[in-house]
Design a protein around this ligand. Structure first.
Ligand code: HEM
Ligand code: HEM
Length: 184
């Protein structure tokens, strides 16, 4: 039996990949410097970096390459339900870009990220007293919880489809059978 040849497909453009790994790095720096007064400047700078990166991604979601566009991976309830159902069947749907469940986590991360940065700014400027301090801490912790879910989803999806999603987010390329019934 011959192994079908795999097509190499460019999925993630360079700006999306640079955005992703810079976001991951600046988020972790901001999170792990959050508690200490000594590291406050680093916390604020990395936090603003997260904000700048998210602003870029919002723009890129409209003008970036095919798989970077929100319109391409927007998770409508129908798409999401069909995908989740297919996970229990024999042929789980495969997406070249973000699958609908991953897309939900990604959009929540973008939204929560912006709120975290905005509440961080209010805290730093001492606007609103302890209220925004509490809100900021809760949002920051919530973001970390979502990041853990995001990474678990990436691992689960990589195993399910026998592909290395982390490598694809580094190189930009995926390998797929030419006849694959890809949903996206
Ligand atoms: C070391 C930890 C991380 C790994 C291994 C990782 C891995 C990945 C992978 C493989 C994808 C592509 C998923 C797909 O194929 O659909 C992705 C997308 C994404 N990840 Fe992560 N991630 C990490 C940390 C983070 C963090 C900390 C954040 C946010 C604070 C984040 C936010 C995102 C976003 C927003 C996307 C969508 C990319 C885009 O379309 O611009 N990730 N991640
Ligand atoms: C995504 C980016 C950010 C994350 C994940 C984050 C996360 C956090 C967390 C979890 C805390 C609570 C630490 C504790 O346990 O006491 C905190 C505190 C703080 N953050 Fe952020 N932050 C971010 C961005 C920012 C930004 C942009 C600013 C300022 C412009 C900022 C200013 C502060 C300040 C001043 C505190 C200390 C509040 C206090 O006195 O308790 N943060 N941050």
């Amino acid at each position: 039996m011959t192994t079908p040849s795999l097509n190499r497909i460019r999925v993630w453009d360079l700006p999306t990949r640079l955005f992703h790994w810079s976001l991951a790095a600046s988020f972790f720096i901001a999170f792990f410097t959050a508690e200490s007064e000594r590291w406050r400047d680093v916390h604020v700078i990395s936090g603003y970096t997260v904000g700048g990166l998210l602003a870029f991604r919002l723009l890129w979601g409209f003008v970036g390459n095919r798989h970077a566009r929100f319109a391409e991976f927007w998770p409508t309830p129908e798409k999401l339900l069909r995908y989740l159902k297919s996970l229990f069947g024999r042929h789980p749907e495969h997406y070249l870009g973000h699958n609908p469940a991953g897309a939900v986590a990604i959009l929540l991360l973008l939204g929560l990220g912006l709120l975290t940065v905005a509440s961080g700014w209010l805290t730093y400027e001492e606007i609103g007293g302890e209220l925004f301090e509490e809100v900021h801490e809760t949002l920051g912790d919530g973001m970390m919880a979502l990041v853990v879910i995001h990474i678990a989803g990436v691992i689960a999806s990589s195993r399910l489809h026998g592909e290395n999603l982390v490598r694809a987010m580094i190189s930009g390329w995926k390998r797929c059978p030419p006849d694959e019934n890809s949903a996206g």
